[in-house]
Design a binder for this molecule. Structure first.
Ligand code: NAD
Ligand code: 89V
Length: 342
């Protein structure tokens, strides 16, 4: 079996899911050879919890001491540029968590550096790897409803995201960079590249610094139109966190992803209903299970892509296009006018 020596940088809140997923992939030849966190206690705790021999407080020492085939960066966005550059300098294939960078220029710079160095660089953007989204993508590839011409992608919750991710309340640019990257990536996946978009941004929670609600109208190059929205300030019951709801209409029918991961597929007037909920992995728990399973699916996709010598579906160059939509939405939200996307 091919072996892949992995280093994980960042052992905080969400990295626990990455570490569980990579541990599950030991059956595919993945060895977590080192973990790293500037917080020594977190590095030690991760090493102990996941049975990793070597832990480090700084990435440079880890890169110098370890022979790594792959590194997974699960730090926050303000550190991504520096840590990705370190990995590229050490010529280690790299995965970095979303958001790729703090702005489009940083994302492009990292993508260009990796491309010039010939180093694998991908973004751990996992919404498109969720069970429902994989099913929907398969249906579209099969032409089930024809080419979709209208869509709605919606992530609306009032879940207390700040408990696990307190830093989100202090981000100057918040919901588009944290959540918009997910739903805009899905819009590209199911409806194709975007020609232009408009956006309305709101800060509805007085206790957060940045925008917490984004409502966007997209015109895709295909001619399709979509409504893409995300908020952490919804007060609905039931709250569907962390589900993304999705509606697609095409010439032959419609695909509707409803609360509870129920998928209605209508073709030529006949509707079938499917349970597309994710399995609750042994280390997962509801309601996060759908995202946690997607972490495993994403990590497995990255491993297969690296070993096959091909870019990941969410390669840096692809995610730059998603991040470009985030920046376009900020510009549109600020100007009140539609922004054409190059
Ligand atoms: P966190 O603050 O809990 O963890 C980040 C860790 O990185 C901290 O322990 C910190 O000490 C460490 N760190 C910071 N700089 C470092 C460096 N230079 N070298 C080594 N370690 C360093 O943050 P989090 O909530 O786990 O988020 C991490 C990333 O995961 C963010 O980019 C976030 O957007 C993303 N995230 C993604 C999903 C998803 O995929 N659906 C969900 C939640 C969070
Ligand atoms: O992606 C994130 O950072 C998380 C989410 C709940 C959307 O996974 O906030």
């Amino acid at each position: 079996m091919e072996r892949t020596g992995l280093g994980v940088i960042g052992c905080g809140f969400f990295a626990q899911n990455h570490l569980h997923a990579w541990t599950d992939l030991a059956s595919k030849g993945v060895d977590i050879v080192a973990v790293c966190d500037v917080d020594e206690a977190k590095a030690r705790a991760a090493a102990e919890k996941f049975g990793v021999t070597n832990w480090y407080k700084d990435a440079e020492t880890m890169f110098r001491n370890e022979k790594l085939d792959l590194v997974d960066i699960v730090t926050r966005v303000e550190t991504h540029r520096d840590v990705v550059r370190q990995a590229i300098r050490h010529r280690v294939p790299t995965i970095v968590q979303k958001p790729f960078g703090p702005d489009l220029a940083a994302c492009r710079a990292m993508a260009d550096e990796a491309q010039k160095a010939g180093i694998f660089l991908a973004v751990h953007e996992n919404f498109r790897f969720q069970v429902p989204m994989r099913k929907i993508t398969d249906l579209l590839r099969a032409g089930t409803i024809g080419t979709p011409s209208w869509g709605r992608i919606s992530f609306r919750t009032g879940y207390d995201i700040y408990k696990g991710q307190p830093y989100l309340a202090h981000e100057e640019r918040f919901v588009l960079i944290d959540l918009g990257v997910h739903v805009l990536d899905m819009a590209r996946v199911v409806l194709g590249e975007v020609d232009h978009l408009s956006a309305e941004l709101q800060r509805r929670n007085p206790n957060v610094r940045g925008e917490d609600t984004a409502t966007m109208l997209l015109r895709h190059r295909s001619g399709a139109v979509s409504i893409v929205e995300c908020t952490y300030e919804s007060r609905r019951v039931p709250d569907v966190f962390p589900e993304t709801l999705l509606e697609l209409e095409g010439p032959k029918g419609a695909i509707i992803l409803k609360p509870g991961s129920v998928l209605d597929v209508t073709v030529e007037g006949k509707t079938t209903t499917h349970d597309v909920d994710a399995p609750v992995l042994k280390w997962a728990e509801r309601p996060w299970h759908i995202i946690q399973e997607s972490v495993l699916a994403t990590c497995e996709h990255m491993l297969k892509s690296l070993r096959a010598g091909r870019p990941a579906d969410t390669a840096a160059s692809d995610n730059v296009r998603t991040f470009g939509l985030v920046e376009a939405a900020y510009e549109a939200g600020s100007s009140g006018r539609a922004v054409r996307f190059a």
